[in-house]
Design a protein around this ligand. Sequence first.
Ligand code: CU
Length: 372
Amino acid sequence: MNRLWGTTAALVLFGALAACGTQEAAAPPVATPKHGHSAAEEKPLPLRDGERFVTLTMPEPYTPKGPNGGSDDYRCFLIDPGTEGSGFLTGAQFQPLNTAVVHHAIFFRLSPEQVAEAKKMDTAAPGQGWTCFADAGVREAGWVSHWAPGTTETLLDPKYGHPVPPGSQLVMQVHYNTRAGSGPDQSAIRLRVSDKQLEPLSTALFPGGVELPCTAEESGPLCERGAAIQDIGRRFGPESQATPDGLAQMCGAAEPGPTQHCDIPVRRPGLLHALTGHMHLLGRSIKVELNPGKAEARTLLDVPEYNFDNQALVPLATPVKVGQGDVVRVTCTHDAKLRSMLPQFEKEEPRYVVWGEGTADEMCLGVAIMSA
Ligand SMILES: [Cu+2]
């Protein structure tokens, strides 16, 4: 994983980022759409020189059930790409089967050593796969693909690809939400694999904090920040509980309010190829900038009207070089008023919203595809 930050807080945080939670099924302010198959059923873009498609399906069906009485279940499944699936990934399209429960998926690459670690977790956990709220459960697993509503296959310059050397496997992390549906799922992913030797890609994450108090009209025990953070811990465990304060430490404590930003120093030079922004249902806008306030400032991603159902990667017109001394700023605006307008929140108590994996929680995340 190409991390552009390196504090201890960020390391703790990374887990929660990877889980990249609550892909609830709607964009404010419209009602829940039945997302999923529309994207997957689109005719795939044609294969380019040296490419082939390899479709991998979950070996067995899995019936999601959120632990601790919750409706959010994060489950990781080990998927073996075999010889056919090794090479360089130049594209991927997740194919959700039970779209009533599948809310998002992230794919991580595991080296042969990491595969052994993952297999232990898989064996130890009853049923198919293992619970993985925080991350794939394997440190340094490389993020190679993600799917959220609106994510279709994004093809970059064919010179680049995510390496999947022989013996590697993929972890498919699926966020299931059982609020609007139930039943088993057996989703798949169609990989676009190149047999050429390509320049390796990696994924960089730019997180910002969320400190969104209840509105003036709302009240309740979870409107208190400490209580809201404890509630995150109850639902998703101690690593998730530590994330809001980890972010505050990393980004600098900010006044609570709808708009928050975080400046992240670039620690590893590289080329940025494409970006997307991720928030949940209360998200209004997200922006990712390079070196704000400086002469060479530029906007890398600007989503003035965030739509949960369009989280597709946006390729940059030309790759942007970043290096040491550069700063990436992510700025997010959330709107607590949306809580009283969206049907997804009908059964939710008002709360002080911080970073978390669940329906009622939020994120503020820039995702960037990079090469060295
Ligand atoms: Cu999320």
